[in-house]
Design a protein around this ligand. Structure first.
Ligand SMILES: Nc1nc2c(ncn2[C@@H]2O[C@H](COP(=O)(O)OP(=O)(O)OP(=O)(O)O)[C@@H](O)[C@H]2O)c(=O)[nH]1
Ligand code: SF4
Ligand SMILES: [Mg+2]
Length: 410
């Protein structure tokens, strides 16, 4: 399991603060911290869920500058941790970056492993510009850290941004949120209506990807149109663990789904796999508190030809006006260019972004959130408008809790 996660090793001199960083990031006292150099003698690892990237494994290692303190076996273990790291965190203190640190970066470069330099103990001494300039020559990813005065959320948010930029595409692309929902041997019903909006002779991307992830998980899927949904439920000897439906049919499907069967939509799964379901759920809550004059941006990642009952151009504006009962200013944008100035919008409702890769969608999401604007996607918004959002989010407990919390606050 560990091998399937992103592996990040923390390296640096003894006493630089590696174990403190590990504990700070995991929010647990996983590693022993002490002022005695050479405290960590073995590799300590701990997994954390770093949404939206999924699980990452952090390794805290022994400082490998003082060979007399460590036996060869331990040096070898730290070396193995280095070899299996997808990303290397190199810690140093302000003003102390010499041959030892340079060798670690050189080794990482040789393996084409990205390196993030974390300057530690900044409460004691902040690095000056000359020192920072020196570090930037080695990597553009330099972070400042203090285990005493640092804020965990801020640090992890900055860290996530660097990971998204740094990690090879295949780490970012193949994330499947379904692995937390179904297991080997489970049954899943997929509802895919073939309506006017469905492309001729094809199955759309979010559905194909979900199907593929179900196969990868060795679960069984049963695919029907909404008109055959009840037959599917009757035919299965054991009820499915979950029904996943196209958002367009969510209302009818929800009405026919017994309470013991979980229910979600392809768009919700797509949001979890391709962007950040927690942020999208938080954004969805804003749809319940819009006021007159609020600006809504409907954003599509491609310029497809809009049909007469197009979801983005026709249905969503109608539903959002009906749901809010407010006088809203609704604008549209489509294609490669995402607006630079987002601050005037209250919320962005984004399409599924099937033409963007995960990095691309995450970049749009972080730009929006940084501008202080809410974001959600078409399918999640539709679940809000049809009154089924809580059922649909139940399979994503953190997103569900965030949605509820945001509703209470608004
Ligand atoms: N003031 C201050 N002290 C720190 C900070 N981080 C770590 N320390 C202290 O520095 C000492 C070493 O910290 P550790 O986290 O054990 O360092 P390490 O790199 O894991 O050390 P070894 O396992 O011995 O290689 C401890 O006394 C910590 O309390 C920091 O951000 N600020
Ligand atoms: S990029 Fe967006 S608008 Fe274009 S087809 Fe995919 S989901 Fe639809
Ligand atoms: Mg340590």
């Amino acid at each position: 399991m560990k091998a399937l996660t992103i592996q990040i090793g923390i390296f640096g001199r003894t006493n630089v603060g590696k174990s403190s960083l590990m504990n700070f990031m995991t929010n647990q006292n996983t590693s022993i911290v002490s002022e005695i150099a050479g405290t960590t003698t073995d590799v300590v690892h701990k997994q954390i869920e770093l949404n939206p990237l999924g699980p990452i494994t952090l390794f805290d290692t022994a400082g490998i500058n003082d060979h007399s303190v460590l036996g060869n076996v331990r040096i070898e273990k730290a070396q193995n941790a280095f070899d299996s790291s997808d990303i290397v965190i190199l810690m140093c203190e302000s003003g102390k970056f010499n041959e030892f640190e340079e060798n670690i970066i050189k080794k990482a470069n040789k393996r084409k492993t990205s390196c993030i330099i974390v300057v530690s103990k900044t409460d004691l001494q902040l690095p000056d510009n000359t020192f920072l300039g020196k570090l930037k020559k080695w990597t553009k990813h330099v972070m400042l850290f203090s285990s005493v005065t640092g804020n965990r959320d801020d640090f992890l948010n900055d860290f996530k941004k660097i990971l998204i930029e740094t990690l090879p595409d295949n780490y970012i692309e193949n994330y499947s949120s379904l692995r937390n929902i179904i297991k080997k041997g489970d049954s899943v019903v997929l509802v895919m209506p073939i309506d006017l909006g469905a492309p001729r002779g094809k199955i759309i991307m979010p559905q194909i990807q979900t199907l593929r992830h179900i196969l990868d998980l060795n679960a069984a899927s049963y695919t029907v149109q909404d008109t055959e949904y009840e037959i599917a439920l009757q035919n299965l000897k054991i009820p499915p663990v979950i029904t996943i439906t196209d958002s367009q049919a969510i209302k009818q499907v929800a009405a026919k789904t017994p309470y013991n069967i979980k229910l979600t939509t392809f768009s919700t799964i797509y949001a979890a796999d391709k962007s950040d379901i927690i942020e999208m759920a938080k954004g969805a809550a804003v749809l319940n508190s819009l006021v007159d004059g609020d600006k809504v941006l409907i954003s599509e990642a491609c310029t497809h030809h809009a049909s007469a009952d197009d979801i983005g151009r026709v249905k969503l504006p109608k539903w959002i006006r009906e749901h809010s009962g407010k006088d809203l200013k609704i604008e549209f944008v489509s294609g490669q260019d995402y607006p630079k100035d987002l601050a005037s919008y209250k919320i962005v409702i984004h399409c599924g972004a099937c033409t963007l890769n995960r990095k691309g969608m995450l970049a749009r999401l972080s730009k929006t959130v940084e501008a202080g604007v809410a974001i959600t996607n078409y399918g999640i918004a539709m679940s809000v408008f049809h009154g089924v959002i809580e059922k649909v989010l139940e399979v994503f407990p953190q997103a569900f809790a965030t949605y509820k919390e945001a509703i209470i606050k608004s």
